[in-house]
Ligand binder design. Structure first.
Ligand SMILES: *Cc1c(COP(=O)(O)O)cnc(C)c1O
Length: 408
């Protein structure tokens, strides 16, 4: 098919040309005297993205799923109790993994479309007088339903219950796109991957571990080897790895971290919110459809899950979008299969790219028989972005004037 494939799944995301070029490297000796420069650049840059000064970032040749396992096996012992909530396929899979690895998971089931139930977490923690719960799992952004949860609120629940459990957060589809604060929120292990907000191919699993997390690792008895934090931290301190690291991905990471820094992390979050708001305008004001996320406090700035009307199969919309229009949309997973499709709006994106996705989704929905007004989503998003942009342009002009005045 001519033209580009429009990639609007919530991961992998578009890799910027600049990052792609940075990965076109000859292989080199990862034990050379020069190699530590690259390791240190990646780890230093990652700390800023995690917003940590005391945490330790670790890179594994893996994906986000591998890092779930790293978090569990490094900090817990067989049979340990975990508190978790399930409200989408990713929060479900982490619970499933913990169960299969032999941990005892106290699961709070919620409606898919809701986020972490803070009061129920608080109740469960307060009821656990003997501190049997050793870790609390929190999926920051549930990618299957487009729901963002309040991690600061989970920390408040732990503190209110004076509970010492570790806080493990899945930030695979939020880190680098939605504000995340490792230190301020007292997160002990944050898990992410390279192929979402970090704008890289899949293949790097990244965790950030608190000092307390590393201390717990020393006592935790779960078997681990490849994913051992201790081996990594020891080698990384000199700039090396216990085994061969994925070099091109590290070059790519150094470049994508530089891009995030150049734009400014807070501006990156603002851009994601701005783009997501335009998509939500298209869905709600334009198409008059509902999001899977049940309340505005849960709306995700990285992915929107759009419910298709009764009698329409969301999978048909996705298939038409791909086959007829070369547009990749995200599928409904597990419990919500067929009920929705998703538009990923994270990473290297701007308004016009998203208008392409909205227009394509609109055509596919019309072809599948969804009763929407042609052009309505595109018009609503345009209107939203143009309105917002008038204020933004004014700011840009103001900055330019100031720069000129300063003689820059
Ligand atoms: C994508 C994703 C994962 C899985 O990550 P992989 O890199 O595919 O292993 C886990 N959690 C969330 C929230 C995700 O979006």
């Amino acid at each position: 098919m001519a033209g580009r494939n429009f990639l609007f799944v919530p991961g992998p995301t578009n890799v910027p040309d600049r990052v792609q070029r940075s990965m076109m490297v000859s292989m080199e000796d990862h034990r050379s005297p020069k190699f530590p420069e690259l390791t240190h650049a990646c780890l230093t840059g990652l700390k800023k993205v995690f917003k940590t000064t005391t945490g330790t970032p670790i890179m594994f040749p893996a994906s986000g799923t591998g890092c779930w396992e790293a978090a569990l096996s490094n900090c817990l012992s067989p049979g340990d109790k975990i508190l978790a909530s399930r409200f989408g396929q990713f929060s479900h899979l982490w619970i499933d993994m913990a169960t299969r690895l032999g941990f005892e998971v106290e699961t709070i089931d919620c409606e898919w479309g809701e986020g972490i139930p803070l009061e129920r977490y608080l109740q469960a923690l307060e009821a656990d007088k003997g501190h049997k719960i050793k870790a609390v799992l929190a999926t920051h952004n549930e990618t299957a339903t487009g729901v963002t949860s309040d991690i600061a609120g989970v920390r408040r629940a732990l503190d209110a219950a004076k509970h010492p459990a570790l806080l493990f957060v899945d930030a695979v589809s939020s880190l680098g796109s939605i504000d995340f604060r490792m230190d301020e929120w007292g997160v002990d292990v944050c898990v992410t991957g390279s192929q979402k907000g970090l704008m890289l191919p899949a293949g790097l699993g990244i965790v950030c571990v608190s000092e307390k997390g590393l201390e717990m690792r020393a006592q935790a008895k779960s078997p681990r080897c490849y994913f051992d934090f201790g081996d990594m931290v020891k080698s990384n301190s000199t700039g090396y790895f216990p085994y061969t690291p994925p070099l091109p991905l590290m070059y790519g990471l150094r470049e994508s971290l530089a891009m995030l820094e150049e734009e400014g992390l807070e501006n990156v979050f603002r851009r994601h919110h701005h783009l997501a708001s335009g998509v939500r305008a298209a869905v709600q004001r334009g198409w008059k459809l509902d999001l899977c996320a049940r309340a505005p406090k849960w709306y995700s700035d990285t992915v929107s899950a759009i419910l298709v009307p009764e009698g329409i199969n969301g999978a048909t919309v996705i298939e038409i979008a791909y086959k007829r229009y070369n547009l990749s949309l995200g599928a409904g997973l597990s419990k919500v299969a067929g009920k929705l499709f998703r538009i990923g709006h994270l990473g290297d994106l701007n308004e016009v790219m998203l208008l392409g996705a909205i227009a394509g989704a609109e055509m596919a929905m019309l072809d599948a028989g969804v009763q929407i007004a042609p052009g309505s989503g595109v018009a609503a998003a345009q209107q939203y972005w143009r309105g917002e942009d008038l204020t933004r342009k004014a700011t840009v002009r103001h900055d330019t004037v100031r720069l000129v005045a300063a003689g820059a």
